[in-house]
Write a protein that binds this ligand. Structure first.
Ligand code: GLV
Ligand code: MN
Ligand code: MN
Length: 430
């Protein structure tokens, strides 16, 4: 047996050797480079939006990686990709993340977790057979960037998003998620027969870049995620009267953009009062969008997130109440639509415990922390015991071309993931 692999053969405490770490690091960097050739955006970074050709190209690469490793690969009808090791009829240990990005996003969000899953599987396959089947999954359409609703692939395939709901979710051009999937050769009508059954999966593990600064600031190289923030996403439309910017006296205006600016400022002030609660307006549109016309309509998105379900809903409601007051005071129309509402999610206790014990046994500096970003693990975790491993993000930057993580940290994370799988494979026998 190769000496380097002895370290991952058992659940016994094991540090990673420098030789093994540099070997995995090279492999991680090569895979990241390969994915980075797909979906480059001339404006900067990567735009592999949900159900676009570039997202699908990344899934094709996933399939090629699986075939090259001799794994059984397949794709489900909503576009999630799978690569399976072994034929055990025991429930599966599922590992993975996503391959889509936001608009002009980074090279690590999601992709790091898919790459790490391949590295972990590669490490484990050389050891004794696992009791459970090991299966890598790359979820489709995780980012809410195109459809506002995030994690469409994981929600749909775990039965938490219905076919009628898929037909209601639209992008800014009015294209439904259902039609977008079909236009890429997927067949969501069929996916309902493929829905994961909770008892078929032992646990789901997702490695992800932290997208925050906790690990870097603490000098930690691994994070074990305790909880994932919830999100309430609204679209707010204010309707006034388009009019001449030179001839309409100030008191006679019905300007929805000024009202929107007050509401946006209020959202910032309100969220700032509460710990681990944030509010963001990331998209705003005015019509007619002309420098010499008072806008007739202003529409903006509002994304309120918190680790506390009550604060998430109360802050959202407070902002809507303020919007009602502002709109009434200015004689404007107001419409508020809830596009998405997901509570914070506490990851499974025993999975967290085992992952924490694993990382402690490797002697790696680590922190237990919460995630401000949403993840497929937070969706899958409603039905299946799920856990997450974070690796540091330089400067905490994410959803940006400047997003960056050290391939050596992703390699170390892959090793911890492999060790964690070994341990969870034996749970609760150990
Ligand atoms: C996912 O990346 C999110 O926006 O939380
Ligand atoms: Mn992600
Ligand atoms: Mn993201």
């Amino acid at each position: 047996m190769p000496v380097l692999l002895a370290a991952i053969m058992t659940a016994a405490p094991a540090e990673i050797s420098p030789t093994l770490l540099s070997r995995i690091t090279r492999s991680v960097a090569a895979r990241l480079d390969e994915i980075a050739r797909i979906g480059r955006d001339p404006r900067g970074g990567w735009s592999r939006l949900a159900f676009t050709n570039s997202e699908r190209d990344a899934h094709d690469l996933f399939q090629r990686w699986g075939v090259a490793l001799g794994l059984d690969v397949h794709r489900d009808s909503i576009g999630n990709s799978y690569a399976r090791l072994g034929h055990s009829t025991q429930p599966a240990v599922m590992i993975g993340s996503h391959l889509d990005t936001v608009v002009t996003g980074g090279a690590y969000d999601g992709t790091a977790g898919v790459v790490a899953a391949f590295e972990a599987l590669n490490l484990l396959r050389d050891g004794p057979d696992l009791r459970h089947r090991l299966e890598i999954v790359a979820f489709a359409a995780e980012e809410g960037a195109r459809f506002t609703t995030p994690c469409i692939g994981s929600r749909f395939i775990t039965g938490q998003l219905s076919l009628p709901a898929l037909k209601e979710i639209r992008d800014v051009d009015g294209i439904t998620a259902y039609d977008a999937a079909r236009s890429r050769g997927l067949d969501p009508d069929r996916a309902q027969t493929e829905v994961w059954r909770p008892l078929d999966v032992h646990c789901f593990l997702e490695l992800h870049v932290e997208q925050g600064q906790v690990l870097e600031a603490a000098g930690a190289r691994i994070g074990i995620v305790e909880a994932i923030a919830g999100a309430t996403r609204l679209v707010v439309t204010l309707t006034g009267a388009a009019a001449h910017s030179g001839t309409t006296p100030m008191p006679l205006r019905k300007d929805p953009l000024v009202a929107a600016s007050k509401i946006i400022t209020f959202a910032e002030e309100t969220a700032s009062r509460y710990a681990r609660t944030v509010a963001t307006v990331g998209r705003i549109r005015v019509t007619p969008d002309s420098p010499t016309t008072i806008p007739g309509e202003a529409t903006f998105s509002l994304d309120v997130r918190s680790l506390d379900a009550i604060r998430q809903r109360e802050v959202s409601a407070e902002i809507v109440r303020y919007a009602e007051v502002v709109a009434a005071g200015r004689r404007l129309g107001l419409a508020v639509r809830v596009l998405h509402d997901q509570s914070p999610h506490m990851l499974h206790y025993w999975v967290r415990q085992e992952l924490t014990a694993t990382v402690a046994s490797t002697g790696t500096p680590y922190r237990v922390l919460a995630s401000g970003a949403g993840h497929d693990a937070g969706v899958v975790g409603h039905l299946i015991p799920s856990g997450m491993i974070f690796v540091p993000s330089h400067g905490g930057i994410s959803h940006s071309p400047a997003e960056s993580s050290d391939p050596a940290d992703i390699a170390l994370g892959s090793f911890v993931l492999a060790q964690g799988i070994r341990r969870l494979d034996e749970y609760p026998l150990t």
